[in-house]
Design a protein around this ligand. Structure first.
Ligand SMILES: C[S@@+](CC[C@H](N)C(=O)[O-])C[C@H]1O[C@@H](n2cnc3c(N)ncnc32)[C@H](O)[C@@H]1O
Length: 432
């Protein structure tokens, strides 16, 4: 077997990946195409795993190691697949760093709408590959990237420097840190949040853009007057959740079923919009109750047995059992009356023609956090046309997520894969 890996082979794989992204309508700017053709992804992922479908843990994943000569051709080919390359798992088996799926990266970089001379902050350095693409497009002096994990920033900095992209790499909590290089024209977050941290808005230049994964959506928020940012959701994503220095992301999917399975403190009947859209419902749930998780149980034929929603921070949960020909039965426990929060929002969503995530937008001011449908003027509180019971958030302030447990669903590679596959499908007709 020939185990030689050459620069030409790597260049061919990059060309193929760029072609794939272009065919999906994700590389319309020639400058971005040149970046994808030039930046060597394999150098940023010397060893990685690709998750098995539906099995997020490291045991079921396929592993690729470029340090083993016999493995190198297989590793090189895999490094240029349109897949998330997982580069770090926590001891509990939860994936905590990766090189994001290229289609999702290209979509986000397109949304970022960069122009020559723009200064960009990336939250979530990971392998450094996205920072290198940004550096190729804008020049390394214009790129700052931050990651909470010092082992990652050290490794990324070395590869970035060696590969000729000496961007500024910082270590710390990107939700808090006011980088000394602010203000930025663009901020891109490659870890997921349910709320936009105030520091991001404060570090953004007037007219600047934030592109981030909020709840289950991707949003592009432009800074308008003062500290106001506003913009539309454009696709779905399920990034690893932003977490703090000492906090280990955990998986709570199994716990949701355990916690929500018991006898509840309160029981009552409620009307449920027919055939609830689970993606939209879980998108709304995480916006309403940060770091909460909504799941559902179904029979083999797909019929829903119940919806289960757990908010770990308040240890509140609800289990809702749809019943044919009558109202659903609600079982609810805890200080947060979860169903009372989402019930009117789901009714508004139903009345508004059941919009998908892309039809929502966010407007954030220091006082209000408003989710709207259609156009931002709808969201001016207390405009009558507000869908979703417009947030000022029912539960808490804007910037207190640092103390919360991780949002488990999107810490999981399976979730990421599921979300990015959905995104790919969406891109197929969004960018013909
Ligand atoms: C999907 S990876 C980022 C991928 C990266 N952009 C790349 O090109 O390889 C998510 C990253 O977010 C980082 N992260 C999580 N919480 C963070 C925080 N509070 N501040 C900065 N980075 C954080 C993780 O350590 C992880 O490396």
């Amino acid at each position: 077997m020939n185990t030689t890996v050459t620069d030409d082979m790597a260049a061919d794989y990059r060309e193929q990946l760029a072609d794939e992204l272009a065919a999906a309508g994700l590389l319309n700017d020639p400058a971005w195409r040149r970046a994808w053709q030039s930046v060597p992804r394999h150098l940023f992922a010397p060893r990685f795993a690709i998750s098995a479908p539906g099995q997020p843990g490291p045991a079921a994943a396929s592993w690729y190691d470029g340090s083993d000569p016999a493995e190198r051709p297989r590793w090189l080919a895999a490094a240029y697949r349109n897949e998330a390359l997982i580069t770090r798992y926590a001891d509990n088996g939860v994936a905590i760093s990766s090189s994001t799926e290229p289609a999702l990266m290209a979509h986000m970089l397109g949304l970022l709408d960069v122009h020559d001379g723009h200064k960009v902050l990336e939250i979530g350095t990971g392998t450094g590959y996205n920072a290198a693409l940004l550096a190729h497009r804008l020049g390394p002096d214009n790129v700052t990237t931050i990651d909470v994990d010092p082992r990652l920033t050290q490794a990324a900095k070395e590869v970035l420097d060696d590969a000729g992209f000496p961007v500024t790499v910082l270590t710390g909590n990107g939700a808090r840190r006011a980088a000394e290089r602010a203000p930025f024209d663009r901020i891109i977050a490659t870890c997921g949040v349910d709320r936009i941290p105030a520091a991001w808005i404060q570090q953004l230049a007037p007219g600047g853009l934030i592109v981030a994964n909020v709840s289950r959506g991707l949003v592009a928020l432009r800074r308008g007057n003062g500290d106001m940012v506003s913009g539309q959701f454009c696709g779905q994503a399920g990034f690893m959740a932003l977490h703090t220095e000492g906090e280990l992301p955990t998986s709570t999917s199994g716990r949701v079923f355990e916690v929500t399975g018991g006898v509840a403190e309160r029981q009552y009947d409620a009307d449920l919009p027919g055939s609830l859209d689970f993606t939209v419902a879980s998108f709304l749930a995480s916006l309403i109750a940060e770091r909460s998780q909504l799941m559902f149980v179904h029979r083999e034929d797909g019929t829903v047995v119940d919806y289960r929603w757990w908010h770990p921070a308040s240890n509140s949960w609800v289990r809702v059992e749809p019943r044919s020909g009558g109202p659903a039965r609600v079982h609810e426990t805890g200080i947060r009356h979860l169903w009372a929060k989402i019930d009117p929002i789901l009714a508004d969503w139903d009345n508004a023609g059941r919009p998908g995530i892309d039809q929502f937008g966010l407007t954030i001011t220091p006082q209000h956090y408003t989710l709207w449908v259609g156009s931002p003027s709808n969201g001016r509180s207390p405009a009558p046309s507000i869908l979703t019971g417009a947030l000022p958030l029912p539960f808490d302030g804007l910037d207190d997520h640092q103390s919360r447990p991780a949002r488990a669903c999107c810490s999981e590679a399976a979730c990421c894969a599921e979300q990015t596959r959905a995104l790919r499908r969406q891109n197929a007709h969004k960018h013909p």
